[in-house]
Design a protein around this ligand. Structure first.
Ligand code: SF4
Length: 413
């Protein structure tokens, strides 16, 4: 394989793996699939499960930017996998098609609304956009209130306080009003060219590009306020949903076999991916019998599951940067949290707990009430901070970390 196609190191900033540019990790190649319009048909989802079991490790991961990825792909198997992904509409036919800015849609869009109208128009126009940094993305979030405000994006389509449509450049408090989806796409296109022409590539992201917006994009309109919900799902939690049903993936990963049996149910038409480690299943078959107890399939069907309030990266042995395993500790902590919440005086966790294999903190960029970061084979403990913040305790083993948190009652969060 051409070495340039592989990342030298996941520490590299500003570079995103894809299907055509897989990333070398501790367990083989990581191949990322970007679902068109944030959605896969049932047939495509089943094809992805087949791909994970045939060429990958059998796991499917859901990323914080609403992409799906396969791990454990060998270099020898990658060309065959790519042919399969292209054939099933799971990858662009060539690397160029994958370099376009990612579109993230508010998952509860409805056919004909401004979110999906703008997305379809953008899909047709993105080929004519200038080359932009790999991480550039657009948030199409035109429901009554923004739900993607915490998700990284360089340009946003949102609603104003008065309910009109507006385009907002990331890092700016105010946006530019637009008449409709077509006008929004025209303005986004013009702003992308402006960013490149004015030297924005040096800054990399719109948020870091401090040049005032041009006169033709005067930003004078306040966006609608974001709802006050927990940050793991912006109101989208496991259980029935007007489009079907929401299912959670523990720490953003699930065996393809579990997903295949989920999607084998008749009446499921497709799935929308979200940046909150949840999938939104579409169709009447998504709730075959809501009176049944939640299936024991390793997925999250209960909105009270403590794993929804936790973030954990793959850790060792999956990531070469990790000096500790993360998923076993995260599961032990989730069990301890569940135990605590069953006590007579117990309450469900309300804060967040982050287990990170190293200080890079891939699973969560913001602070968490409790963060355990791997370093030299042990764990640092950080309270109310990010994975690379100063620890309050260092050199903890897994049992030490759990005991430390229990004795300080931090497991109630
Ligand atoms: S945070 Fe986790 S996934 Fe990211 S580089 Fe470190 S060990 Fe790897």
């Amino acid at each position: 394989m051409n070495d340039e196609r592989l990342s030298a190191s996941p520490r590299m900033r500003g570079w995103c793996p894809g299907a055509w540019r897989p990333m070398a990790t501790g367990d083989g190649l990581l191949v990322r699939v970007r679902p068109p319009l944030g959605r896969l048909t049932r047939a495509r989802m089943l094809a992805l499960c087949e791909a994970a079991e045939t060429w990958g490790s059998g796991l499917i991961e859901l990323t914080r930017r609403a992409n799906l990825q396969l791990r454990g792909v060998s270099e020898a198997g990658w060309p065959e996998l790519m042919a399969f992904l292209v054939e099933h509409g799971l990858a662009a036919p060539d690397a160029e098609g994958e370099r376009r800015p990612a579109l993230m849609l508010a998952p509860d869009w409805r056919e004909g609304d401004a979110t999906v109208e703008a997305a379809r128009r953008l899909e047709r126009r993105l080929a004519d956009w200038p080359a932009l940094p790999d991480k550039w993305g657009l948030a199409l979030d035109a429901g009554p209130v923004p739900v993607l405000a915490d998700v990284p994006a360089d340009l946003r389509l949102e609603r104003s306080r008065e309910g009109g449509l507006m385009v907002r450049a990331d890092g700016r408090d105010l946006g530019t009003p637009v008449a409709d989806a077509e006008a929004a796409v025209a303005l986004m296109t013009r702003l992308a060219h402006w960013f490149v022409d004015q030297g924005g590539l040096l800054a990399g992201r719109m948020r870091r590009f401090e040049m005032p917006l041009p006169e033709w994009a005067e930003a004078d309109t306040e966006p609608a306020a974001a709802p006050e919900t927990s940050d793991h799902a912006a109101g989208l939690t496991p259980g029935p949903h007007p489009h079907g049903r929401v299912v959670g993936l523990p720490f953003g990963r699930a065996p393809a076999s579990a997903l295949r049996s989920l999607f084998s149910a008749e009446g499921i038409t497709g799935v929308r991916v979200t940046p909150w480690r949840c999938l939104l299943l579409e169709g009447e078959g998504a709730n075959p019998n809501t009176k049944d107890s939640a299936p024991d399939d390793g997925l999250i069907h209960d909105a009270r599951d403590p794993r929804l309030a936790m973030d954990a990266c793959p850790g060792a042995p999956f990531c070469a940067q990790a000096s500790v395993a993360t998923l076993g500790l995260a599961t032990s902590l989730a069990n301890a949290l569940a135990e605590r919440s069953r006590e007579p005086s117990g309450t469900p966790a309300t804060g967040r707990l982050h287990v990170s294999g190293c200080a890079k903190g891939c699973a969560r960029s913001g602070p968490a009430e409790v963060c355990l970061t791997g370093r030299d084979g042990r764990h640092d403990l950080i309270l109310n901070g990010c994975a690379d913040d100063a620890p309050v305790a260092t050199g903890l083993g897994e049992a030490d970390a759990i005991e430390y948190l229990e004795t300080r009652d931090a497991l109630r969060l």
